[in-house]
Design a protein around this ligand. Structure first.
Ligand code: NAG
Ligand code: NAG
Ligand code: NAG
Length: 508
């Protein structure tokens, strides 16, 4: 009996297997047909990527090790280094679409970004400028006196100072003109949460000295900041995703960034950042403040600038050093080329100003980081930048076409005999003049000042932050799916401990 039964049920299941097989074959063929047809149809592709990310979000809740190979984003610096934050990257195409839509609507609506700013202890910001708080005040009264930021090369990373001043003044009744961001005092109403830590100054002031006390200040501020932030309700609610953290000097947040990485960083480049910690999707690239003087009332056109190509910079031991040396040997005997090593410090600023103002083209070669203030010095000098830096990311490039006023040359081409010099000599006067005029048109986008003016660097950076907001919201809303009202906590953020293994193999 048992045998017979199992035999008959065996034959039934064989029949149903055949049936199932046929059905699934048809489904398979049909779905392939669907997939093939769908290539080239953006909606259908979005739909597929959306379903896959939905699955990931459910399955990987709390465990983001698995990854979908289709989700590697081409815009990431190195796909191999892209790590386990897979549900974030799987949202890529969808978010990108939303962001693009939003750029258009932001531009037309001109709604100011609402920014909540933590009242951090002054030791994190104006205390570093030797401002002495009185009566437990956190912020200086900037309507009476504005503490000075230290000069010299410190200034190139001073964006922390200008953005904070802009926020502090955004509610002044007599404030007129540009206002891309306003400070709000209730964090529930804010688009983003701003962390006013002057990290670049802290690094510059407290890391380079030999005194052990200064070292410990450098270290302890980052430590304290991490403690403070991770205890805040605002941070817990978003896992930090809507926080804006300034780290313009490439070394300024070496420790803290490993713990604060879900936040949006404002950086000079991604050179020393692993792509899972910082990347173009999540973070904002801000310009350096140029250190050489703006060429005011520049009427010095093509024929008034005797030097064809100008470079003055340090020679580096690491990565970029080789290219600089190579170019030096290729260019040193060329007529009308100024190529010399030595940094633009101290008295160098004066001669660099003269040199750039008298040159048609200014070289920007990657050094030990992909970016440098030299590009912004060139823009301020209306000296057409020639950029040789394959990894460079540029400020506001989503709204600005740099090819209109910069020449880009791949490193592999630049080091070919005669390639660069022929390319430059071959650019006509008319073409150069078009770029020179464009430089004069856009130079204001790179000016840091207080009070800030319409579309200057401060306003442009806030606008760039604003363009990230829809993508942040999407991530937040998804992370809240499984939390009950009133207990909003991100359910899909990688715990710090789990994210640690990602950093071991990184070259810092
Ligand atoms: C902050 O804003 C939220 C949402 O608008 C509101 O519910 C809350 O009462 C506000 N808190 C304060 C202290 O005003
Ligand atoms: C300063 O801090 C950075 C990052 O925390 C650290 O890497 C560096 O070693 C510190 N500098 C000194 C001189 O201790
Ligand atoms: C210079 O430009 C001309 C015309 O634009 C082009 O035919 C020629 O190949 C260029 N030469 C070099 C060396 O790039």
């Amino acid at each position: 009996m048992a045998d017979k039964n199992s035999h008959s049920s065996g034959s039934i299941s064989r029949k149903s297997l055949i049936f199932l097989f046929m059905v699934s074959t048809i489904v398979f063929i049909f779905s392939w047909f669907f997939v093939l047809r769908s290539t080239g149809h953006p909606q259908l592709i979005d739909y597929t990527s959306f379903t896959s990310s939905k699955n990931l979000a459910t399955i990987d809740n709390g465990n983001r090790q698995s990854r979908n190979p289709n989700d590697v984003q081409p815009s990431m610096r190195d796909p191999l280094e892209t790590t386990s934050d897979s549900s974030d990257s799987s949202d890529g195409s969808l978010e990108a679409a939303l962001v693009v839509k939003d750029v258009a609507s932001c531009a037309s609506n001109k709604i100011a970004l609402k920014v909540f700013m933590y009242d951090l202890h002054p030791e994190f910001h104006f205390g570093l400028l030797d401002w002495k708080p009185e009566g437990g005040k956190v912020w200086p009264d900037i309507q009476t006196k504005i503490p000075d930021y230290p000069g010299g090369l410190n200034l190139q990373h001073s964006i922390e100072y200008w953005l904070t001043l802009d926020l502090l003044s955004s509610n002044f009744p007599n404030r007129n003109g540009a206002r891309s961001a306003v400070r709000v005092f209730n964090s529930s109403e804010a688009d983003v949460v701003f962390v006013p830590f002057f990290s670049s100054l802290s690094y510059n002031r407290y890391s380079k000295s030999k005194s052990p006390h200064k070292k410990s200040v450098n270290y302890s501020l980052q430590d304290k900041l991490v403690k403070f932030l991770t205890e805040q309700e605002e941070w817990k609610r978003s896992g930090g995703r809507d926080h804006v953290i300034l780290a313009h000097h490439p070394n300024s947040m070496l420790d803290a960034r490993m713990k604060l990485w879900p936040a949006m960083f404002i950086l000079s480049d991604f050179g020393r950042y692993p792509p899972n910690i910082a990347n173009v999707e999540k973070d904002v690239i801000a310009p350096y403040k140029h250190v050489i003087r703006t060429f005011v009332d520049d009427s010095s056109g093509y024929d008034d600038r005797p030097t064809l190509l100008y470079f003055q910079g340090a020679i580096y031991r690491k990565d970029g050093g080789f290219v600089r040396q190579e170019l030096f040997y290729l260019l040193k005997d060329e007529k009308d080329v100024h190529f010399s090593f030595g940094s633009v410090q101290k008295d160098g600023v004066h001669s660099a100003t003269k040199g750039m103002h008298a040159s048609k083209f200014c070289l920007n070669i990657a050094g030990d980081t992909p970016s440098s203030n030299r590009l912004f010095d060139a823009i301020a000098s209306h000296c057409v930048p020639v950029i040789i830096s394959d990894e460079i990311e540029l400020p506001y490039e989503d709204v600005l076409d740099y090819s209109e006023f910069c020449i880009f040359v791949r490193t592999s081409d630049a080091i070919k005999e005669k390639f660069l010099i022929n390319l430059i000599r071959n650019i006509s006067k008319a073409e150069w003049t078009r770029m020179w005029n464009k430089l004069k048109e856009i130079e204001g986008l790179y000016e840091f000042q207080y009070p800030s003016k319409e579309n200057d660097a401060v306003q442009m950076i806030w606008q760039a932050v604003a363009r990230k907001v829809p993508a942040i919201r999407l991530k937040l809303h998804k992370s809240w799916r499984f939390s009950l009202t009133g207990t909003k906590r991100p359910s899909t953020i990688v715990p710090w401990s789990k994210s640690k293994h990602l950093f071991r193999e990184l070259r810092v």
